[in-house]
Write a protein of this length. Structure first.
Length: 322
């Protein structure tokens, strides 16, 4: 019989490939750095290929490492799922949940509520991965993802948590200096601060209750790939920006920002929980789903229904927006 795969080495490689750090992987696995390094070396010897480029300052995947990363993540996820199913036999949530979320939303809203979840579920841990890029849940071995978008059809399972309003906003000082636009065409004469991770960052779409739509090319002094990076320029009065309510609701409440062109709205979006296909879900995942539903369906910025007056974006535009 052929010898079994070195599952431990594959799992260790998956952790190192995810963090690009032997030290962080060792800490996560409660192993010594030497043990982690030996496991990767053992796998490299078995495969006959180097998986990492190593320097004194940097660790990077080789071509062979990039090719093996997805398979390693899938093996690790399958092993964790099998163990979790066995542990779930007694009905107590336990084990690790891998959760992906957008950067700004994750820092401002997900991280602050997780302590309550972890206090209620002492045998569950959460691996929170923050990125404004759209994460491959299946390939990355994630149990859940939070996406703020109008999502197109896919093989993933989606549960809508709440609507998320988006508004064109500016400071009172900016509007006093430059005037208050009434129509999207007026924005051609204004400084527009842009978000680079939109599928169409060079075009803004607005619609009104009468069904009219206007697309324009925004122009301004700053575009960033993170919503929080726009906030200082926006609050300094350097321009207008389209922002989701969860980033600006306190500024609107205090009067630091004002909504502009309320009769014209960007396409509606929602906060969605996205899950890989397949059942059953481990108890630990179901527990986190229920917790996030409760936490975000009643958030002060949440909308019970996404605003109906604007049409949904096309599939090309329906990626995560923040």
């Amino acid at each position: 019989m052929s010898r079994l795969p070195d599952f431990e080495a594959w799992a260790v490689f998956a952790m190192v490939a995810d963090s690009l750090s032997f030290a962080r992987a060792a800490e996560e696995l409660s192993l010594s750095k030497a043990t982690v390094s030996k496991a990767v070396a053992r796998l490299e010897a078995r495969l006959g290929a180097r998986l990492f480029h190593r320097t004194s300052r940097r660790l990077a995947l080789t071509e062979a490492g990039r090719a093996a990363r997805e398979d390693a993540a899938a093996l690790l996820a399958a092993g964790e799922a099998a163990e979790a199913r066995a542990l779930d036999a007694n009905g107590t949530p336990r084990g690790r949940v891998r959760l992906a979320a957008p950067m700004s939303f994750g820092i401002a809203h997900v991280a602050p509520v997780l302590p309550d979840f972890l206090a209620a579920h002492r045998q569950v841990s959460v691996d929170l991965h923050l990125s404004d890029a759209v994460v491959d849940l299946v390939g990355g071995g994630f149990d859940l993802g939070l996406r703020i978008a109008a999502l197109p059809d896919s093989s993933l399972r989606v549960r809508r948590l709440c609507g998320v309003g988006r508004s064109l906003v500016a400071t009172p000082a900016y509007l006093a200096r430059h005037g208050r636009p009434q129509h999207p065409e007026d924005l051609k004469a204004h400084a527009c601060l842009g978000y680079a991770y939109l599928p169409t960052p060079d075009r803004w779409l607005f619609s009104n209750a009468a069904g009219e739509s206007v697309t324009l090319v925004p122009d301004g002094p700053l575009r960033a790939n993170n919503a929080d990076a726009l906030a200082p320029a926006l609050r300094a009065g350097l321009g207008l920006a389209v922002q989701p309510d969860f980033t600006i609701w306190e500024d609107l409440k205090s009067g630091r920002l004002e909504r502009v062109m309320p009769d014209w709205q960007p396409p509606p979006i929602a906060l969605n929980l996205v899950m890989p296909p397949g059942l059953p879900r481990p108890a630990r995942v179901s527990a986190l789903i229920a917790f996030l539903e409760r936490a975000f369906s009643t958030a002060p910025w949440a909308q019970a229904e996404t605003a109906p007056q604007a049409p949904l974006p096309s599939p090309a535009e329906a990626q995560a927006l923040t």
